[in-house]
Design a protein around this ligand. Structure first.
Ligand code: PMP
Length: 288
């Protein structure tokens, strides 16, 4: 039995639905041995996945980057997600999907024979951010980005992100903002946004960040609200003197960052650009 989870919840593993506690894989799975795999987290509201098409497109991009054969067709992923959500029932949920290269004799290089990728899916309850987080905002610390140079792949090799998040936990804050060579990259599990002079700024979509599914969505929301947007390197000084900071992720949606390294960000209150984007996000969720 696994503590802290619903062991009786139904998961998907390699074509079968079974109880979480009974879903097991080989110790030689390359996901276990090398972190050789990718994942996705799709948020769902009252049984309806949000931005599913974009999540599946990113899943395919991640697989292609690692030269792992995409084991299911788009329609099969969709029914897998629908089946898991049906098992879960009506509440808000997040669907976790993972694909690894498969099971083989331990050897770093890709196995020469064709492998059957391991496919895993599970669903768990998800509580969208409440009034307290939306109005008080989140706290962060800044840390050096010590991860590898392929952050654009949503790989399960997450040790750098795990160690970064643990620094946040130790510091008693919600998230970190990572910096590489003096420029902002992202959080341990979120994209970070700055606002300067009314303009929304994000780091470029390159190999130094994971392009969140909310990255493109925030651009759409900014455009609809008439907020100028730039993707460009953002320096340490620009973050320190930003008018607003915020973060996005599947489960945090969009939230203001109101404390950084123990000091208030701007006035320590969520700002007007956040409020406009948040309103757009909520409207999109209402129309799901
Ligand atoms: N960057 C990292 C490192 C992440 O782990 C995540 C998501 N958990 C994001 C950005 C945000 O991506 P998304 O909007 O797709 O959740």
């Amino acid at each position: 039995m696994i503590p802290d989870v619903d062991n009786d919840s139904i998961v998907y593993l390699n074509g079968q639905y079974k109880k979480l506690a009974e879903a097991t894989i080989s110790v030689l799975d390359r996901g276990f041995i090398f972190g050789d795999g990718i994942y996705e987290v799709v948020p769902a509201y009252q049984g309806k996945p949000f931005r599913m098409k974009e999540h599946l497109a990113r899943l395919e991009r991640s697989l292609a980057a690692l030269e792992i054969r995409c084991p299911l067709k788009a329609a099969d992923w969709q029914s897998l997600v629908a089946n898991l959500l049906q098992q879960h029932g009506p509440g808000d949920a997040m669907v976790y999907l993972q694909v690894t290269r498969g099971v083989a004799r331990r050897d770093h290089a890709f196995p020469v024979h064709a492998l059957e990728p391991t496919v895993f899916g599970m669903v768990s309850p998800f509580t969208p951010p409440g009034v307290a987080q939306r109005t008080q905002g989140l706290s962060v610390i800044t840390i050096p980005d010590e991860r590898w140079l392929h952050c654009e792949i949503k790989s399960v090799s997450l040790l750098g992100n795990v160690l970064a998040k643990q620094q946040a936990v130790r510091a008693g804050v919600d998230e970190v903002i990572q910096f590489r060579n003096g420029f902002m990259s992202e959080g341990a599990s979120s994209n970070i946004w700055a606002v300067r002079n009314g303009e929304l700024l994000a780091p470029p979509r390159d190999n130094l960040i994971l392009e969140g599914i909310r990255y493109g969505f925030m651009q759409e929301l900014a455009q609809a609200a008439g907020i100028p947007f730039s993707a460009r390197p953002i320096s340490r000084e620009e973050v320190d003197s930003a008018d607003e900071l915020m973060l996005t992720s599947a489960t945090k949606e969009v939230l203001p960052i109101t404390r950084c390294n123990g000091k208030p960000v701007a006035g320590g209150q969520p700002g007007p650009v956040y409020a406009a984007l948040r309103a757009g996000y909520d409207a999109a969720l209402r129309s799901l």
